[in-house]
Write a protein that binds this ligand. Structure first.
Ligand SMILES: Nc1ncnc2c1ncn2[C@@H]1O[C@H](COP(=O)(O)OP(=O)(O)OP(=O)(O)O)[C@@H](O)[C@H]1O
Length: 217
């Protein structure tokens, strides 16, 4: 059973031409796949459908073996699927880094002490402890991206959706991101325009062209 399955997805933003014209993909447990395609092809749009941020006009979204359609169907999907958005500012909203990372665990009912222990643990794992008490909106673009990853990984998601995760990262941090992702057990669906990064993290790919996905490997 695939973890994620998109079947024959059709979609147009209201008032615009269709961008998805029958796109299908599936991701199995432990699998790592990239989605390739030109700017504006609809790659981010596809990822947003997996967590119910957008609804297809036609076609089926299935996650963890269940068809997801209504808003309520996506509540457990959002808890179990970690999504690193293209723009970290869409994801970080608390005053400090520690509070931003603690937000998810607190929301799940963890105590303050438990949540802060999880924060310290994930920051240490990602070698980001020095950022713990920094003001989130004053972080650099690359620091924000790494903190975003921490807010996602602290939830121990079963699948990762990564939209341009190397944006704003310098070479050293990109290398660290490769090491971190390579060491994770989760299945991943990755959008990246960086061929070197893709080759190391998720060399198998789908290509999105004219609203249709084709497996490339
Ligand atoms: N909310 C929206 N309303 C209208 N059009 C939108 C909206 N969001 C995205 N679009 C348009 O839909 C198209 C697909 O966007 P999407 O972000 O999915 O592309 P992408 O393949 O991820 O592109 P990139 O590689 O540049 O990130 C683009 O032309 C974009 O401008």
């Amino acid at each position: 059973m695939p973890l994620l399955e998109l079947s024959d997805i059709k979609f147009a933003y209201p008032g615009h031409d269709p961008i998805l014209n029958g796109a299908s993909l599936s991701l199995e447990a432990g699998e790592r796949l990239s989605i390739l395609g030109p700017n504006g092809a609809g790659k981010s749009t596809l990822l947003k459908m997996i967590v119910g941020l957008l609804k297809p006009d036609a076609g089926q979204v299935s996650v963890f073996g269940e068809t997801r359609d209504q808003e309520a169907d996506f509540h457990d999907v959002r808890r179990r699927v970690g999504f690193v958005f293209q723009d970290p500012d869409d994801q970080l909203f608390s005053p400090t880094v520690a509070e931003d990372i603690a937000f998810g665990p607190l929301n799940l009912g963890k105590s303050r002490d438990e949540a802060l222990a999880l924060v310290d643990n994930i920051l240490a794992k990602l070698a980001l402890t020095h950022l713990r008490d920094r003001i989130t909106h004053r972080l650099s673009g690359g620091e924000k991206r790494l903190v975003t990853l921490a807010t996602v990984l602290v939830m121990e998601p079963e699948v990762l959706l990564l939209d341009e995760p190397t944006n704003a990262l310098d070479e050293e941090n990109e290398e660290r991101l490769v090491e971190i992702l390579s060491g994770l057990p989760q299945a991943m669906l990755l959008i990246s325009h960086d061929p070197k990064f893709r080759a190391r993290v998720a060399p198998s790919a789908y290509r999105l062209r004219a609203g249709v996905l084709t497996r490339e490997d």
